[in-house]
Write a protein that binds this ligand. Structure first.
Ligand code: ADP
Ligand code: MG
Length: 317
């Protein structure tokens, strides 16, 4: 580690907030943390690489926000309460301006969720950000991919398709619509919803690779199949204005990066789910039903079969 990297760590350390359960944060060889008695520790890690997970010209503050958001989304999908995080930064050069901007976005989101940045690593290399988040869940209450049963209804939070639409606009060399682009750059992790779904949802996953791909993970883990109404997928006003019905269906069913929660629950819990969503201040919609078997059958609002041209964003495909 060079002198410049040391200076960058000092800049990060000066701004990182702490919490009572952080005995020792940034500055020693490792962090020393006090987990609450009787809780299970939930750990997730996600990496963002420039050009793969975000357009290279993305603002530093947006990269910082997104790096933490995608990780908090994983904790949300488990029903966990976030507490701590660590940050590994690989930077092409010791650019203090970039780090300051990155930390602006990162800590803005961390503060919203009371998450303390307790350590990390800073190295030189291609722009890449790796974050680990730690949270807690009451024993036996974590939401998992396994657990969906035939007859359960399938739900989704918020709207889907915006982030993929923004990415498609960017790839086409067009200036992205601001409302769509903000969904790509600043996803909102559904932490409160995940917490509120404990004891209600039978399975849960966050939508990072696309509804069909991620629902497929639930089907595989749960050993069941699904019926999905592609026209029931909630879409934003901006998406409706930007796209005709068919390309919109494709993006909503297969586009990634929305970080909404897709979950299942028995039909009799419908009212409890609507209350949970209201308490978390997010909309939810029913998008289908779990069935026996192992496949996902997709149909349109008129009942006619609909099939997606691809199955979500697959890395290295
Ligand atoms: P070591 O050589 O012991 O790994 P480092 O110089 O890498 O020590 O890190 C010194 C301290 O700064 C450690 O507490 C480490 O967790 C923290 N740190 C390093 N990089 C970051 C970062 N990007 N974000 C937060 N903390 C960091
Ligand atoms: Mg180190």
């Amino acid at each position: 580690m060079g002198v410049a990297e040391f200076d960058l760590i000092a800049r990060i350390r000066a701004r990182a907030a702490t919490r009572g359960d952080v005995i020792l944060g940034i500055g020693d060889d490792a962090a020393l943390l006090q987990p609450p008695a009787g809780m299970q520790l939930v750990v997730a890690m996600d990496t963002l690489n420039s050009g793969v997970h975000f357009p290279p010209e993305t603002a530093a503050a947006d990269i910082g926000w997104k790096a933490l958001a995608v990780n908090l989304s994983d904790l949300a999908a488990m029903g966990a309460q976030p507490a701590w995080c660590t940050l590994s930064l690989s930077l092409p050069d010791a650019d203090a301006g970039f780090v300051d901007g990155f930390v602006d976005g990162f800590l803005e989101l961390a503060e919203r969720h009371g998450v303390a940045l307790v350590g990390g690593d800073t190295t030189r290399g291609p722009l890449s950000v790796c974050v680990t988040v730690h949270g807690f869940v009451e024993p036996g209450t974590a939401l998992r991919r396994a657990g969906a049963r035939a007859g359960d209804e399938i739900w989704i939070s918020g709207t889907v398709g915006d982030a993929a639409a923004a990415l498609a606009q960017w790839r086409a060399g067009r200036g992205a619509d601001a409302a769509l682009r903000s969904r790509l750059d600043r996803p909102i992790p559904r932490v409160a919803l995940g917490r509120a779904l404990r004891g209600i949802a039978s399975s849960c996953i966050d939508v990072s690779d696309g509804v069909l791909a991620d629902l497929g993970h639930v089907c595989e883990a749960s050993g069941i199949g699904a019926l999905l109404d592609v026209d029931a997928l909630p879409g934003s006003e901006a998406l409706r204005l930007a796209l005709d019905v068919e390309p919109r269906r494709v993006l909503q069913a297969t586009g990634g990066d929305d970080y909404e929660l897709c979950f299942t629950a028995p039909p009799e819990t419908g009212e409890a789910i609507v209350r949970a969503a209201a308490s978390a201040d997010v909309a939810v919609a029913r998008i289908g039903r779990i069935i026996e078997g192992g496949d996902i059958a997709t149909h349109a609002a008129d009942g006619g079969a609909w099939s997606a041209p691809g199955a979500g964003w697959i890395h290295f495909a």
